[in-house]
Design a protein around this ligand. Sequence first.
Ligand SMILES: Cc1cc2nc3c(=O)[nH]c(=O)nc-3n(C[C@H](O)[C@H](O)[C@H](O)COP(=O)(O)OP(=O)(O)OC[C@H]3O[C@@H](n4cnc5c(N)ncnc54)[C@H](O)[C@@H]3O)c2cc1C
Length: 525
Amino acid sequence: MRFGSSDKSQNCRLVQGALCEFKNCSTLKCQEVRSDIYSYFRMDRMTDNTGKQSGRRSFLKTTAITGACTVAGAVAVNAASPCLLPEEMVFEPNNSYWAKVLPPVNSPLQQDIEADVAVVGGGFTGLSAAYYLKKDGAIRGRVVLLEAARCGNGASGRNGAMMLTSTADRYMQWGGGPGLDKRIYDLTAENIRKLKELSGTLRIDAEIEQQGALQVCNTTEDAEKAREYVKKARAANFPCEFWEKERVVEALGTLAYEGAYFDPNSGQVHPGKLVGLFKAAAESVGVEIFEQTAALHVEEGERLALTTSNGRTVRARSLVLATNAYSSKLGFLRRAVTPVFDYVGITAPLTDETLSALGWKSRVPFNDCRTEVYYLGLTRDNRIHIGGGPVDYVFNNGVRQPANVEVHYQRLLAELNHIFPTLGTESFEVRWSGSVDMSLDETPGLGWMGKHGNIFYAIGFSGHGVNLTSVFGRILADLIRGRSVDWRWLPYLNRLPPYTPNEPFRWLGVQFALGYYQFTDPTKP
Ligand SMILES: Cc1cc2nc3c(=O)[nH]c(=O)nc-3n(C[C@H](O)[C@H](O)[C@H](O)COP(=O)(O)OP(=O)(O)OC[C@H]3O[C@@H](n4cnc5c(N)ncnc54)[C@H](O)[C@@H]3O)c2cc1C
């Protein structure tokens, strides 16, 4: 039968792939075609031109097989990805403003060492864990700390200086019941007081100022949420307050916000000096710190063996992984966090006239309510620092700063001039970036792992670790001393953040999330 020609019936004009235009045409061919088309759309039994039976069942079967193959392929790619794509272990120098006062660098490890505890990472987590391990003779044996570059080279020496209570997943939001949230709040507020005491005892001024911090509301909806939160939080004995717009204007001198959540126990610090305080504290109790010494490989065992970049080995009964965003380079905790780049800029000192015209009378640091949060602070010598905004992710957990980051600093300048229009800042004196260990749900985790249960970790601070790291450092010391029972109540104990897949799914997921955040940013023009 040739399509496009007329059939037996005078009225039937059956054209290729279509029904005759006469609905009720009764020629045999027309009836066949009509029935084929109907059954195709009903996914009914149909005979294809090879004579094979196909239809709904075979369609479902094909779909199921294709789906299963896709899932199996994705699982295989996900599992093979870390072997196929080894991560680069790189420690770029810290060029931040805070780094100017980091303590002098210790010499690298030059002999093999037998230790009781080896700590890898010289940021707040590693230094505080080492300090609490040796403090008051808690551990009699050797505690050795290895730092790949210099103490404070990672996030601890590059952050936005906000010293906050609580955790990223519980700050101005409920994480569990109010009772548990309050207990975590008290623990972290108390830690800031302890650090002030330590600073006093060692006579090292880390510029810890516990004068409170604000979370400012970008929209009236944010303000409404904050008002509601504060109402419930005060009923649960949190000392927080809601500040109406007028009070925010009075305290910060900006009209940019619709209200704010005020936490009187938070504050700020000079991060470089805090690194110095922890390093001095750790060395004062006998911790041995080796810098420019990267741990390259960990061999598990009842005594662990760490191979280092200088060819020396450290053997220890326990290991503390305080490697934050770099952890996956050592083959640990890849699933728990994704390193994302965040950017900060700091101005030259403002003159007294500029500062008083600005009206930031309270000097209280603040961060806004956006998912890709902006945060600001004022140093003792009247420099303004601003950080945050859209972050970057470099494929395969990259910790080498991406090229073309100028756009981030321009965005920070624009945000600063939007908040304080009279400032007219044209450039920053110093600008820098750092990697944040983001977990999928912003929760941190700490505990122990490994075949022998002797690898201790703390991870997932998600941009909220300036204070929390040393709370966890103290807890890690307790866990190593066998005092885990004291911390059973803590919901982060022996918990890892939700699973994050490997490449290329991680990269795709992050790109999607970042696009979504920007699309849904309520303040976008
Ligand atoms: C730009 C930025 C702004 C931030 N702002 C704030 C803020 O305002 N408030 C807040 O609460 N939090 C903030 N954070 C988060 C906070 O700084 C971190 O949570 C905290 O400093 C993490 O400390 P850490 O010791 O766990 O990690 P890090 O300070 O990153 O220390 C890890 C150290 O381990 C070393 N290391 C890694 N691998 C190895 C290895 N194999 N061998 C030897 N050494 C190794 C690294 O060199 C590094 O020094 C910010 C972070 C960034 C990046």
